[in-house]
Design a protein around this ligand. Structure first.
Ligand code: PMP
Length: 284
């Protein structure tokens, strides 16, 4: 494995950053998770635009242009000879001192890791997964806009622990007002009466690139879809439910907090969108 750090490739063992990097000291930085399908990087431009928007929002001035980062990501894929895989792109505030001030960090760092993708077992896509509501809330807009994909994921980590303790792989997180937000690393959709519904990014969730792709595919399939506020009641009484994310793609949900969704199997529209998504990513 070759890891790209600030313009140079290092072996996995030699790929290191300073203990004074504010990415480590304060979670002061950003990340993206990106898929490689058949040697092609999926929606790289969208991922980089999200990275640049996040950088703008946290006043982090990236020392490279979008085109330069795109070229470095492409080169990293090529050097690592990955046809199917996962790219973790990170921007940190860079090396400073022990104080919180970002003004003592003269140069942000950029890191690119290209690795294998660890997939959910195939049978889960046929059965759907159970999820639970976590008591850890997603950070609210009153504190921070989580459309910034920051290096500080601690409340999501806590929700993931709750999922595990409940014997589940994922947990749904509510926002500070109690509305359904998203899962620890995935967005959430339901189907009710033939309409696809998903909470709004402005309700304090990450505007997932897979989520956006699902909205586009739904339009192509003639499925009515809209972003709207959802409560747990809406989840419990949904006809279908699924999660979306770069790693998970489209993962059907069979139960929420022990309430069976529909008949407890992936629904018709979920299956249609899963097939459409699969075809779309392979097309490139
Ligand atoms: N929500 C959260 C909190 C995430 O971290 C992610 C990405 N892992 C997603 C949703 C899905 O976003 P994307 O489709 O861009 O991977």
């Amino acid at each position: 494995m070759k890891v790209w750090i600030d313009g140079h490739f290092y072996s996995k063992e030699e790929a290191k950053i300073s203990v004074f990097d504010h990415g480590l000291l304060y979670g002061d930085g950003l990340f993206e998770g990106i898929r490689i399908y058949g040697g092609k990087i999926f929606r790289l431009k969208e991922h980089l635009e999200r990275l640049f928007d996040g950088a703008k929002a946290i006043a982090l001035s990236l020392p490279y242009s979008l085109e330069e980062i795109a070229a470095a990501v492409e080169e990293s894929r090529r050097v690592n000879e990955k046809q199917e895989g996962y790219i973790r792109l990170m921007a940190t505030r860079g090396v400073g001192d022990l104080g919180i001030s970002p003004y003592l960090c003269p140069r942000p760092s950029l890191l690119i890791i290209v690795d294998d993708i660890s997939l959910y077992p195939a049978e889960l896509y046929q059965q759907g997964i159970p999820i639970v509501t976590a008591s850890s809330r997603r950070i609210g807009l009153d504190a921070f806009d989580v459309r910034v994909k920051s290096l500080n994921y601690l409340n999501n980590v806590l929700a993931k622990i709750e999922a595990r303790q409940a014997g589940c792989l994922e947990a749904v997180m509510l926002n500070s007002a109690g509305y359904v937000c998203e899962c620890t690393g995935d967005n959430i959709f339901i189907v009710k009466g033939g309409t696809l519904l998903s909470p709004n990014p402005s309700d304090s969730l990450l505007d997932g690139i897979t989520r956006r792709t699902v909205f586009e595919l739904a339009a192509g399939e003639g499925i009515e879809a809209k972003a709207t506020a959802l409560t747990r009641y809406d989840l419990y009484t949904a006809d279908e439910c699924f999660l979306t994310g770069t790693g998970a793609q489209i993962m059907p949900v069979k139960s929420v907090d022990g309430r069976l969704i529909g008949v407890g199997k992936p629904g018709v529209l979920s299956l249609r969108l899963m097939a459409a998504f699969d075809a779309f990513v392979r097309k490139g």
